[in-house]
Design a protein around this ligand. Structure first.
Ligand code: FES
Length: 176
């Protein structure tokens, strides 16, 4: 079974002014206003607010975490906890194709170390690195909710399952 959503790449141009007036596009601000009018607390909208930030800025920088904390009326430390918990949020700029390889137990038992080696060799990257042309970035992650189809990797929002080192490399070949 596959979960093939859109293969939309994250935007890589970084907007991170780090100033008090940081705000999203008028459309996204209106979207958040609308969302917050339908929930009992602003905090309830933190996940979609972080999505909106990532869609616009490409990642969630410390300045944007401050923004999210103010927008959702919570402590910056709470935002940091959420951003670091979910693998879907990027804490640094991502490549056009952000490759996340699961290294947790189900995938590990089904060969994740070999997948990781093959992907690292193919891309010439280690965990947390990005190619000089910004095309690929690589991240090892703790679970992609695809344990039943281990080992898995995800490119942007597309999950690839039951991998071998060969099929993992082929997936990357097709993106080049
Ligand atoms: S352990 Fe790899 S997807 Fe859950």
């Amino acid at each position: 079974m596959s979960h093939h959503d859109d293969n939309q790449a994250p935007v890589t141009d970084v907007k991170d002014a780090g100033n008090e007036d940081l705000c999203l596009s008028p459309e996204r601000e209106a979207y958040i206003d609308d969302l917050q009018s339908r929930y009992p607390t602003k905090l309830a909208t933190l996940l979609p607010v972080l999505w909106a930030i990532q869609e616009e800025a490409g990642w969630v920088s410390p300045a944007w975490m401050e923004y999210a904390a103010k927008r959702c009326a919570c402590a910056p430390s709470h935002v940091l906890g959420v951003v670091t918990f979910y693998t879907m949020y990027h804490q640094k700029p991502a490549g056009k194709y952000h490759v996340q390889v699961c290294r947790n137990i189900s995938c590990h038992l089904r060969g994740a170390p070999k997948i990781i080696n093959a992907v690292e060799e193919k891309l010439g990257l280690k965990n947390g690195e990005m190619t000089a042309d910004g095309k690929f970035s690589l991240e090892h992650v703790e679970c992609l909710a695809g344990c039943s189809w281990a080992p898995v990797l995800q490119v942007n929002r597309t999950l690839h399952e039951e991998l071998t080192p060969e099929t993992a490399v082929r997936i990357l070949d097709e993106l080049e």
